[in-house]
Design a protein around this ligand. Structure first.
Ligand code: SUG
Length: 447
């Protein structure tokens, strides 16, 4: 049977803005309060999706969430009509309004953790939405994320959906941004590598001092249990607390893997050699495992954070060769572009580099890999995916027209208080659920 990896990219929502909401994420804080372009952001994302489709990849679209989130504002005591709720929040709690306006669901690497059917106890693809407890604006995502994933992966014969982990920092879960699957082929049982920032129940263990570690070991273990993974095929690695303190808020800012390649920075992990030995042993020797370590002397941690060298997608093209999908920031850095030019000449499966402009997302700390959720599927499982969410020429042009019709060209902080923005968002999303055949996944559609 044919197996492959599909990428589901987050469609940028109509309220995309720079609010400086993510302590520990350097780009988010340094661009706080700049004005944004939701239209350009959505189009940059769509162009990347189309480019991957054109490279022969299976590419899907994950719908954005309804923002501003007036339901959360009501839970926090703001009353009246929707317009009044927004006006009161703008006046009394502007920071809360900014948070409930975030379009952060675009970074679908944080939407969920997925285990493909080859790895799970019941031979189904398992999904657990991430609870994203560490950031208030992101903690508003998991319920709707779960609904959207169920509307995309409906068939219970193939897909198992779990509820997100308990909403507490002890089980802080940031999803696939901290999860990599290594395998000899997509359809063969792989090793699932879970990366965490800290131990929730053991404060004697190392932890960062300046910035938060968002994801715990205990969350990783819970997801592995829910997905029915065998302990012999799971590895847990801790992120180096020092790199979290430099701005590596997710592991996918410092490491990325695909099939038999793990591409990582020398400073990414704690206890690196022992853990990589465990990984080698569990991976077995059916295929060579390529552990590509980038040295400080080639690319420093700060240059990696600035350019997002590791927030690249390593993909297997239909030819079997691998390509790196990198943001143009990598091309603009001499150190990184020369590193990548040399890498594709070496004896690793990575043969090509393609650069794409996702600057609107990058300014909030979201690179190409943040924008995508990977799902390894068999041909039969792919047939069971809601076909309306899969990218093709027609969907690309429909979604571009939809963006032109509904999205603003510019948003600045003051615009978030405009009640029109909620109406615009709702009409956009209402139409989108029809385009993508999702049904009534949004709360405003259920009343
Ligand atoms: O959670 N930024 C996101 C970026 C997520 C990137 N994802 C991965 N690395 N996989 C975050 O920090 C900033 C929003 C603002 O400041 O307006 C934000 O949420």
């Amino acid at each position: 049977m044919n197996f492959f990896e599909a990428n589901f990219d987050g469609l940028v929502g109509p309220t995309h803005n720079y609010a400086g909401l993510s302590v520990g994420n350097v780009a988010s804080l340094s661009n706080a309060k700049n004005s944004s372009s939701p239209r350009q952001a959505a189009k940059q994302g769509l162009s990347k999706m189309k480019a991957l489709h054109d490279l022969g990849m299976v590419q899907g679209v994950l719908a954005p969430q309804e923002r501003p989130d007036v339901y959360t504002l009501r839970r926090l005591g703001f009353t009246g009509t929707d317009a009044q709720v927004i006006a009161k929040a703008a006046k009394q709690a502007p920071a809360v309004l900014r948070a409930v306006c975030s379009a952060s669901s675009m970074w679908t690497a944080n939407a969920a953790t997925i285990s493909p059917s080859a790895d799970t106890h019941d031979g189904k693809v398992h999904f657990t939405p991430a609870n994203l407890t560490n950031k208030f604006h992101r903690s508003l995502e998991p319920v709707t994320t779960g609904r959207i994933l169920q509307a995309m992966f409906r068939d219970p014969a193939h897909f198992a959906h779990h509820t997100h982990l308990p909403d507490n920092d002890h089980f802080g879960d940031e999803g696939a941004a901290n999860h990599t699957r290594l395998c000899s082929a997509y359809g063969k049982r792989g090793v699932e590598l879970f990366v965490f920032g800290r131990y929730a129940f053991d404060s004697s263990q190392p932890a960062p001092k300046r910035f938060p570690a968002r994801h715990t070991l205990e969350a990783c273990e819970a997801v592995a249990r829910l997905h029915g993974l065998s302990g012999e095929h799971v590895v847990y690695m801790q992120q180096n607390p020092d790199v979290i303190d430099q701005g590596v808020f997710h592991n996918d800012v410092i490491a990325v893997g695909n099939q038999n390649v793990l591409f990582y920075h020398q400073q990414a992990f704690v206890d690196t050699q022992n853990k990589l030995n465990e990984l080698r042993r569990k991976f077995g020797n059916e295929t060579d495992l390529h552990l590509i370590e980038v040295k400080d002397s080639d690319v420093s941690v700060s240059e990696a954070i600035k350019t997002y060298l590791f927030n690249t997608q390593v993909i297997t093209l239909p030819s079997g060769e691998m390509a790196i999908i990198a943001p143009t920031e990598c091309q603009e850095s001499h150190a990184v572009s020369s590193y990548l030019a040399a890498l594709v000449q070496q004896h690793t499966p990575i043969r090509h580099v393609h650069y794409y402009d996702v600057k609107q997302s990058m300014r909030n700390g979201g690179g190409p890999a943040c924008l995508r959720l990977r799902v390894a599927l068999s041909e039969q499982e792919k047939q069971a995916v809601n076909p309306n969410v899969l990218m093709n020429d027609a969907l690309f042009s429909t979604l571009n027209q939809w963006v032109d019709k509904h999205y603003r060209d510019q948003i600045s902080e003051a615009d978030l208080a405009d009640p029109q923005l909620l109406d615009e968002s709702r009409s956009a999303l209402d139409e989108l659920t029809q385009i993508l055949g999702l049904g009534s996944v949004y709360q405003f559609q259920q009343v």
